[in-house]
Design a protein around this ligand. Structure first.
Ligand SMILES: CC(=O)SCCNC(=O)CCNC(=O)[C@H](O)C(C)(C)COP(=O)(O)OP(=O)(O)OC[C@H]1O[C@@H](n2cnc3c(N)ncnc32)[C@H](O)[C@@H]1OP(=O)(O)O
Ligand SMILES: CC(C)C(=O)C(=O)O
Ligand SMILES: [Mg+2]
Length: 558
C-alpha cells in the first residue's frame, strides 16, 4: 500500500445541510424526553462477552427501578440467549404494566418472523427494524441504489404490519431506523421514512417511532440538530410520528448531539447507562438525565443511589465506569486543588439546605445522587489551606484560626511534596499531632496550680526540662499573663483563639496561641484538653517548644 503524502486527505468533510432559518438554537429544554434504554441490545452487542440470562434479568430490573418505561431488551432473532430472555420476560411476568419492551431486527423476513415468535403473548411491545440508507452502505453493504434500499424498508415494514395484525392480543408499537441517518442525504432519509409511514399508517393516537441514528458520529452536534429540525419540517404526518434520536460518541459529542437534537424537536432519546455501546459508546442516559436535573427539570429517572446502579452496570457489562465520567466517576466530586477547595469549603459553610444549590465547583449536590461529602476534598501537593482546614473541621472538629491555617498548610505542603502522594484526613491529623500537640521538648508541662484573686492570677508550674523536673512561678492579670511571666524566655503573645470540640460531657476545649520568641518569626501552638485553662497552657508550651526548635535550627544554619 502506498502512503498518501498527507494522510488526512484520505477523509472527506461532512456536507452541511442548508437551513438558515433554523430555530433550534433558541429553544430551551423544559421537560424530559421519552427515554429508551438500549443497554440490553446496543450495549450488549458491543460487549466482549454478551450478557447471559441472569445478567440480562438483573440489568432489566435495575432499568425498571431507575424508571425507564421503554427498554430495548434484545435482538431475539440473533441468538438463542436473546430469544429465551424475551420469552422469560413475558412468560415469567417480569414486565411491569407501565413498561414496554422493544426488540430489534434487521429488515429481513426470516428474522422478522423469528422476532414475532419471541414476542408471543406480550401485552405490549415495540418492534424496531432498521436498514442502512447512507450512500456508502447502499454501495458497500447492499449493492443497491436508492430505490432498492427504500424497497427493503417498505417490504420489511409490510411483513411487520402483517404479522402484527395477525396477533391483535398484543398492543403493538413500531419503530423504524434509517441506520446511519446522519450520513444519509437528508431528503432521501425523509423519502424512505415517508414510505415507511405509508406502510404503517400511524395516527396521533398510535404514533410511529422514527429513530434517526447518528450510527457513527460524523460531524459537530449542531449539524445533527439541523438535520433533526429539517427532518421534522419535511416528514409526513408530523403529528403521528415520534422523532427519536440515537447518538453514538465517535467524536466525543454524543451528549451534546442528543441535547441539541431535543432542542430541534426530537421527542425521544435512546442511549445506554454510563455510555456503553458500540466503539466509543452510545450516548450516556445518566448524563443526559442529570444534566436536566441540574437545570431544575425533573428527568423522570431516579439516580438517587447512583452507585448502586453503577455496580449493576459494571457487573453486567464487565466494563468499569471511568473515574472522570460525568456525575458518577469516583473523582468527579473531588477537588484536589487549593483554590477549588477553598471555594468549596466556603460554599458549604454558606449553603442553606433549603436554598438553590450554589456550592462552587460542584454542579450537583453529591447527596442528591447518594454520595457523601467525604471524597469532596482530598489533599495532595496541589492543595491549599482551604482543603486542609475543611478536612480537619469535618473529621475532627478542629477549626484552625486563619493565620494558623496558613502556617500548617506549609507543613502539609512540605510533607505532600516529600511523599509525592495524597494525604488522608487521618494523616493530616497525625501531622498536626506530631507538629503541634506532641511538641513537648525541651519544655514539658507536667502540671500546674492556678490561684485567682480579684482578677490577679498566680501560677505554679511543674515542668520537665532535659529529664529534670523544675518549678516555675509567675503572676499577672489572668492565667496566660501569669504563665508568660513564669517562663525563662521572653515571649510575646500575638494571637489567641479557642473553641469547643464536640458537645456535652465529652466536649473538649481547643486553644490556639501565636507567640513571638525573642523577636523571631511568630509561631503557633495548639492545646487540647477537657479543661480550657489547661488547653491554653498546653497551647503556649506547644508554641514555645516549636519556637525554641526554630531558633536552634536558625543558629545551626548560621
Ligand atoms: C447499528 C446497529 O447497531 S445495527 C444492529 C447490529 N446488531 C447486530 O448485528 C447483532 C445481532 N446480529 C446478528 O447476530 C447477525 O447479524 C444476524 C443473526 C442478525 C444475521 O446474521 P447473518 O444472517 O449471518 O447475516 P450477517 O450478520 O452477516 O448480515 C449480512 C447480511 O445481512 C444484510 N443486512 C445487514 N443489515 C441488514 C438490515 N438491516 N436489513 C436487511 N438486511 C441487512 C447484509 O446486506 C448481508 O446480506 P448478504 O449476505 O446478502 O450480503
Ligand atoms: C439499530 C440502530 C438504531 C443503531 O443502533 C444505530 O444506528 O446506531
Ligand atoms: Mg446504535
Amino acid at each position: 500500500m502506498t502512503m498518501l503524502k498527507d494522510p488526512s486527505k484520505k477523509y472527506r468533510p461532512f456536507t452541511q445541510i442548508q437551513i438558515p432559518d433554523r430555530t433550534w438554537p433558541d429553544q430551551i429544554i423544559d421537560k424530559a424526553p421519552i427515554w429508551l434504554s438500549t443497554d440490553l441490545r446496543d450495549g450488549n452487542q458491543s460487549l466482549i462477552e454478551p450478557m447471559d440470562a441472569e445478567k440480562k434479568m438483573r440489568f432489566f430490573k435495575c432499568l425498571v427501578a431507575v424508571g425507564l418505561k421503554e427498554i430495548e431488551v434484545g435482538f431475539p432473532s440473533a441468538s438463542q440467549t436473546d430469544f429465551d430472555f424475551v420469552r422469560e420476560l413475558i412468560e415469567g411476568g417480569h414486565i411491569p404494566d407501565d413498561v414496554t419492551i422493544q426488540v430489534l431486527t434487521q429488515a429481513r423476513d426470516d428474522l422478522i418472523e423469528r422476532t414475532f415468535e419471541s414476542l408471543k403473548g406480550a401485552k405490549k411491545a415495540i418492534v424496531h427494524y432498521y436498514n442502512a440508507c447512507a450512500p456508502s452502505f447502499r454501495k458497500i453493504v447492499f449493492n443497491q441504489d436508492k430505490t432498492g434500499v427504500k424497497a427493503i424498508a417498505v417490504a420489511a415494514g409490510s411483513t411487520i404490519k402483517r404479522l402484527a395484525d395477525a396477533a391483535p392480543e398484543t398492543q403493538w408499537g413500531f419503530e423504524y431506523s434509517p441506520e446511519v441517518f446522519s450520513s444519509t442525504e437528508i431528503d432521501f432519509a425523509v423519502e424512505v421514512c415517508n414510505a415507511v409511514i405509508g406502510v404503517f399508517q400511524p395516527t396521533p393516537a398510535n404514533k410511529l417511532i422514527l429513530n434517526l441514528p447518528a450510527t457513527i458520529e460524523c460531524a459537530t452536534p449542531n449539524n445533527y440538530a439541523d438535520q433533526i429540525e429539517w427532518f421534522g419540517r419535511h416528514v409526513d404526518r408530523r403529528d403521528s410520528v415520534l422523532i427519536s434520536v440515537h447518538t453514538h460518541n465517535d467524536r466525543g459529542t454524543g451528549v451534546a448531539a442528543s441535547e441539541l437534537a431535543v432542542m430541534a424537536g426530537a421527542d425521544r432519546v435512546e442511549g445506554c447507562l454510563f455510555g456503553n455501546g458500540e466503539r466509543t459508546g452510545n450516548v450516556c442516559l445518566v448524563t443526559l438525565a442529570l444534566n436536566l436535573y441540574t437545570q431544575g427539570i425533573d428527568p423522570e429517572l431516579d439516580f438517587s443511589d447512583i452507585d448502586a446502579v453503577r455496580k449493576v452496570v459494571e457487573d453486567c457489562n464487565q466494563i468499569p465506569v471511568h473515574p472522570r465520567h460525568p456525575y458518577v466517576g469516583d473523582l468527579v466530586h473531588t477537588a484536589f486543588s487549593g483554590s477549588h477547595q477553598d471555594a468549596i469549603r466556603k460554599g458549604f459553610a454558606q449553603q442553606d439546605p433549603e436554598a438553590v444549590w450554589e456550592v462552587p465547583y460542584l454542579p450537583i449536590d453529591p447527596a442528591d445522587i447518594g454520595r457523601d461529602y467525604e471524597a469532596v476534598i482530598r489533599v495532595n501537593s496541589q492543595s491549599g489551606k482551604g482543603g486542609i482546614t475543611f478536612l480537619l473541621e469535618q473529621e475532627y472538629g478542629i477549626n484552625l484560626p486563619r493565620r494558623m491555617q496558613i502556617e500548617f498548610s506549609q507543613v502539609v505542603q512540605r510533607e505532600t511534596d516529600r511523599l509525592g502522594l495524597e494525604m488522608t484526613a487521618s494523616q493530616i491529623h497525625q501531622l498536626l499531632e506530631s507538629e503541634y500537640l506532641k511538641a513537648t521538648s525541651p519544655y514539658e508541662l507536667k502540671g500546674h496550680r492556678l490561684q485567682e484573686e480579684n482578677g490577679d492570677s498566680s501560677v505554679e508550674l511543674k515542668v520537665q526540662v532535659d529529664g529534670q523536673e523544675q518549678r516555675w512561678n509567675g503572676s499577672g492579670k489572668g492565667p496566660l499573663e501569669a504563665l508568660v511571666s513564669s517562663l525563662p524566655l521572653s515571649v510575646e503573645i500575638m494571637d489567641y483563639h479557642e473553641h469547643a470540640i464536640g458537645a456535652g460531657a465529652s466536649a473538649k476545649a481547643a486553644s490556639y496561641i501565636e507567640i513571638r520568641l525573642d523577636g523571631q518569626r511568630p509561631l503557633h501552638g495548639i492545646g487540647i484538653d477537657e479543661n480550657i485553662t489547661t488547653a491554653s497552657f498546653r497551647a503556649l508550651f506547644s508554641a514555645l517548644n516549636r519556637a525554641v526548635k526554630q531558633a536552634e535550627l536558625k543558629t545551626e544554619a548560621a
